[in-house]
Design a binder for this molecule. Structure first.
Ligand code: GAR
Length: 212
């Protein structure tokens, strides 16, 4: 199935670039319908334009309430025929109506091994804590911040001489792999959500279909 994808960004957009590259190179069956930034001038918008993808700025500051901002996002995404939403460094929390509208179709990348270190500056939180291994998580979005069924995670070591910045870069390189892989599994219809032993919703990744 070709994923009709909308990508939400707030910044540089290296994860967006990884998605655009994978689509262009035939490694991901997706059609990026629109890239929306809540920040004017975010470099990711330029990346989208370079790839010939339509862009929009929807600045949260121009809305009276969180709800009104969410409604504007929903309307823009629907107008562009988006079915799945990738949060690629989108620094606003989405809940309520948005997650009802795109329930189990909103996918986030977070730069830690969730449930450790949710929230902002996750890489620095992990570094400052003194972890030996860090990483990233791709997950379906639920209303609690940085939570929801995990699709995939990738682990990196913390090395002697690291700073939180070198660790951030090592994690970021793995994010690019993880995000594309998770989206590819979804496009292949291989990601199922089910209720795990503790009652928490978890994913099951089905094996690839065997071609004749
Ligand atoms: C990435 O590290 C992403 O995981 C993080 O923002 C960065 C965006 O980089 N997202 C979060 O922290 C969300 N909680 P990018 O713009 O180069 O893709």
């Amino acid at each position: 199935m070709t994923l009709a994808l909308g990508v939400l960004i707030s910044g540089g957009g290296t994860n967006l670039q990884a998605i655009l590259d994978a689509v262009r190179e035939g490694r991901l069956d997706a059609d990026v319908k629109v890239v929306i930034s809540n920040v004017e001038g975010a470099f990711g918008l330029e990346r989208a334009r370079q790839a010939g993808v339509e862009t929009l700025v929807i600045n949260h500051r121009q809305f009276e309430s969180r709800e009104a901002f969410d409604e504007a996002l929903i309307a823009a995404l629907k107008e562009h025929g988006v079915e799945y939403v990738a949060l690629a460094g989108f620094m606003r929390v989405l809940r309520g109506r948005f997650l009802e509208e795109f329930r189990d179709r909103t996918i986030n990348i977070h730069p830690s091994l969730l449930p450790a270190f949710p929230g902002v500056d996750a890489q620095k939180q992990a570094f400052d804590y003194g972890v030996r291994f860090a990483g990233c998580t791709v997950h379906f979005v639920e209303p609690t911040v940085d939570s929801g069924p995990i699709i995939t995670q990738r682990v990196v070591p913390v090395l002697e001489g690291d700073t939180s910045e070198t660790l951030r870069q090592r994690i970021l390189a793995e994010e690019h792999v993880a995000f594309v892989e998770a989206l590819r599994w979804i496009s292949e219809g291989r990601v199922q959500i089910e209720v795990g032993p503790s009652g928490r919703r978890v994913t099951r990744i089905l094996p690839p279909a065997v071609s004749e």
